[in-house]
Design a protein around this ligand. Structure first.
Ligand SMILES: [Zn+2]
Length: 157
């Protein structure tokens, strides 16, 4: 789960509501349920991948699922941390701090997407609320397409 590790820093303000605290704990946990479910689906579709890797050398952000030969990087994004349009919320306490933090996450996502595209990669973001089966099919299609293109380029050179 792409929960952005910076969120675990000690600068986190208090007090937090119990609800927010619980949500943060849930979301910070690694190998979260949607990510595991997605990996299972992809595996069942015959795809092989690496997990929790930086797609590019020197890139600090890790993708949750990486298809190296096809150059596809998948991020499973938590609705809270990545401000999903359907489920975004702002905690009642310390609103300015939270807004800055969540905006910074969105800006980082944009920056990482740009860097990946510039390097010939395709970033795919899956919201944690998305239908996992559909998301897996979408990923499999993209990976298949890009492999086919790669093979064509190889055979024509
Ligand atoms: Zn959502």
């Amino acid at each position: 789960m792409n929960t952005t590790r910076a969120s675990r820093t000690s600068e986190r303000p208090k007090p937090l509501s119990a609800e927010i605290e619980a949500r943060m704990k849930r979301q910070a946990r690694r190998d979260t349920k949607p990510e595991m479910a997605l990996r299972r689906e992809l595996h069942a579709l015959g795809l092989r991948y690496r997990v929790d890797r930086s797609p590019l050398p020197g890139m600090r952000t890790r993708a949750d699922i990486v298809f190296g030969p096809a150059k596809v990087a998948v991020f499973v994004d938590g609705c809270f941390w990545h401000s999903c349009p359907q489920h975004r919320t702002l905690p009642k306490n310390n609103q300015a701090w939270w807004r800055a933090k969540l905006d910074a996450n969105t800006e980082r996502d944009d920056r990482v997407n740009r860097q990946l595209r510039e390097a010939g990669w395709l970033p795919i973001h899956v919201w944690e609320h998305e239908d996992i089966t559909r998301a897996a099919k979408r990923i499999a299609r993209e990976v298949g397409d890009r492999r086919a293109i790669g093979l064509q380029e190889q055979s024509s050179s």
